[in-house]
Write a protein that binds this ligand. Sequence first.
Ligand code: PEP
Ligand code: MN
Length: 345
Amino acid sequence: MIIAIKRGAGAAEVEAFSALLEKRGVGVHLSRGTGQTVLGLVGDTTAIDAETLLAHHLVEKVIRVQEPYKRANRLFHPDDTRIEVEVPGGFRRVGGGCLGVMAGPCSVENRDQIVAVARAVKEAGAGFLRGGAFKPRTSPYSFQGLGPEGLDLLVEAKKETGLPIVTELMDIHHLELFEDVDIIQVGARNMQNFTLLRELGRGGKPVLLKRGYASTITELLMAAEYVMSGGNSRIILCERGIRSFDPYTRNTLDLSAVPALKRQSHLPVIVDPSHATGLAWMVPAMAKAALAAGADGLIIEVHNNPEAALCDGEQSITPEVFASLMGTLRKIAAIEGKTIEGKTL
Ligand code: PEP
Ligand code: MN
């Protein structure tokens, strides 16, 4: 971090300011030019807030040369992080050459539905079962999910198929219900729910962190940093589309976020083509594009009867379309030198 000091500042007050900064655990290099004095801060500057510094009467300008996130930064962790989830007889992995494919309905509706979809996606080669029990809906009158009963049904589907489960946690008070959940999803609307992030940082379960629809790449990485700063590094980032001006698609899939996030961070990055487009017919094309862009996996909504779905039927693909898509995804994975873990047909 570089701090430009205002012209005319006295040497003594600059020295005092440097000493103040040093007390905060960083090294300070002072360079005095003919007209300009500059302080170079070295060491861990993540806890130093540029905006706060700007409020100081001596400070003219602050330039960050390093990103404000440290634990999520590839700079300090050059190798790809791989998230492992234990399954009977082994592990399912996401990242570091392993593609995680998570598939299932938007929301758990009843036992027959979740078990049937779980069986179908497993048969097609998915590695994880997705399904919402607590649903963040725009309207309070829409189906809100089955809640705890939905979690029980997911666990039943897991027992039937062996597929590890990923489901959204909306309220930290529900955390104790999530004991049998393998990956805890933080939805787009909660990406900056800092209380939730901090609490998940204290736990050890993998977190699927979805990008907020108006959040920048840096904000997503700072959200990951919240979880990591608590000691939990098991995070999977997810690009799920951002708000743009064109209502043709539900959101705009920012595929450039994939290489950007992978350049900035060592954490695995997956893509959700379902919420990104809102259109079932567009999902296969975007899923393929995501793997070609270097994604470490996908989360896809699959429903056995999309027309009757209680949530997001218009963007849900059928098990048949999913099975056919998986065939193509395996070929793309092979070209990329990666593997999709799950039952192979
Ligand atoms: C979901 O995956 O069910 C969901 C609600 O996604 P998002 O938070 O990305 O909207
Ligand atoms: Mn959905």
